[in-house]
Design a binder for this molecule. Sequence first.
Ligand code: FMN
Ligand code: SF4
Ligand code: FES
Length: 658
Amino acid sequence: MILPPNFAVNPLTPSEIPVPPVVEAFYNPPDKPNRHTSPTFKLPRLYPTPTPNSIDNSIPTRNRGTGPIVNAFNTIRDSTNVPPTIRSRASIPAYHARGELRLFNELRSIQHEFGYLPADQLQLLSKKIDVPVSQIHAAASFYPHFHLTPPPKAEVKICADMTCHLRGGDQLKSQLEQSCRGRSASDVTIRDVSCLGRCDSAPAISINDRIYSGLAVPQAVGIVRDVLSGGQLPPEPRERLNVRIASDPYEGSPQYSIVRRFIETRDWSGIIATLKASGLRGMGGAGFPTGMKWEIVRNAPGEEHYIVCNADESEPGTIKDRFIMQTVPWLVIEGMIVAGLVTGSRKGILYIRHEYEEPREILQKEIDRCYREKLLGDRILGSDLNFDLEIFVSPGGYICGEESALLEAIEGKRAEPRNKPPFPGTNGLWNQPTVINNVETFTFATVILMRGVDWFKAQGRNGAAGMKFVGISGDVNRPGIFEVPMGISYEELLQNYAGGILDNRALLAFAPSGPSSGYLPASMTNLPLDWNAVAAAGSMVGSGAIVVVGEGRCMLDMALNAVRFYRNESCGKCVPCRMGSQKMVEMLTGWTEGRSHDGDMRLLDDLSSAMKLTSICGLGQIVPAPIQSVLKHFPDVVNEHVRNHRCPAGVCTPRRPA
Ligand SMILES: Cc1cc2nc3c(=O)[nH]c(=O)nc-3n(C[C@H](O)[C@H](O)[C@H](O)COP(=O)(O)O)c2cc1C
Ligand code: SF4
Ligand code: FES
């Protein structure tokens, strides 16, 4: 049974998000910098310097393209990255005991006690956990969640990304700024922050790391005033979800039947075959076949194998994992245990964004229950099999969702993506074979193993197989998270599930999966929610973060908003993304203001292909998608800005050059 169309979730939960503290010396962007490497702080060398002999030339390299920008970026990249094949396995046996594992928890408790991370406390911590203070500082200075200097009395951060931009975030910010005019920076700071994971009740705001959403302006102003006059912050609102998930085979009473069955049969090959036959693909965005991933890890040699659940969920519009973890935590956990048993892993880590305190608590309760019932730990259900599971709270930042950056964070380092190959399946956590899957992927693995391949496939429509959780936000009447059949049309999703377009407006565009999918025009809502069909239309199903844009919005402004998100969240490790994203923001800002130069389009194309071909990870590769999609589907909007110095929607303020 599919959930009724009027089912929507309006959440609210905890935390804060990053705003990078350091700016690269030679580049000082006008509004907000990205997470550049500090010029005064050198990353400790983790791997030996490569020598020509240590580089394995048999490792395939991606098609690198040609052209002056591509060549320049490739040269820089080659000189700054160590080939993955020379990562040493020497230190592996000691990793379980290493202080790095405790680093972020220790930093969090220092920050909790002092409000920030005083230098003398970092020295003490260094001795306590036996990690050099330079390494502690390297990590702490990377994650904007950590303060190296005392914060103001009221630290106010307003989400500036797609959905909040559409739903009043900018107005909220300017009203708050007005109400705090004349206050010193030690009293209050007000600034933008990236998506807080509350897109279904936008706009979202963080005040001293507590998250509120859907507040009216006077309420938000009132809370900030109270804090400034010494009052307490109200508790974060809690979500009260009492819903039935149609695909939950346990109907709310988890039995962990797949784990029990596996203990009896040890039929790992049957489980992998079932997942392969179901066609289950990764739900984190890339869509890699799940059965194949588990098989690779099972067959990969290694002293240990690991299971990691990616619950970082930080892309604007992506809210489905929060909902899944709160409503069917048992399906996620069973999926992880089964993956562990099938691949011979003894340890699982559920990596969750720090803004998801309520889902974390719910998951922890379920994990505790599993330990009590001997479904986790040593000698599971009296057998000779062991599997431990713990939650790792992310130190913050969108880039932590990229699988190799996430692994770096667990290892206590800066979340800078690794060069690939090798992939985590063979060289993952502490260089060991690692399954890393999204929350929804583990959930559907459990569902499929319980209900069978035929049942799963039959849930789809129009030739598509299976189901999907999607988040719909933006200019719709009923934003929320919905469990829907694959193959359903976007038109039906927007009308029947999300209640149609806000204020009876017409639809202008929609992003099938947040900024990374780019925007599609209203004329394409008859597309089915189908991996291949959406890819053929030049976009992607991705993580199902559908952001809806109603008539009256400016698509150039929406493209700029999405590109700015990537610029803000770039980790700064590689030049194409760090510089390219900033260049692109400057160019698009210029266009919205009516400033353009001959050759801008050519430069944008060159820059886009250079970024796609030479960026180390998916973030840099996807930066051009929003503006490229707008150029393709809404060329007149861009032309009006740059040629006629006019914003057809009246959103931007282009001016004719004097
Ligand atoms: C910048 C960036 C951010 C990402 N964020 C997430 C995320 O929050 N959650 C997620 O599951 N996958 C995310 N991914 C994809 C992961 O790298 C990886 O493909 C995924 O966790 C694999 O799980 P799956 O096969 O189940 O999809 C991100 C990728 C990139 C490039
Ligand atoms: S592409 Fe961007 S986010 Fe990815 S490694 Fe390079 S700088 Fe970091
Ligand atoms: S909470 Fe603002 S875009 Fe997600």
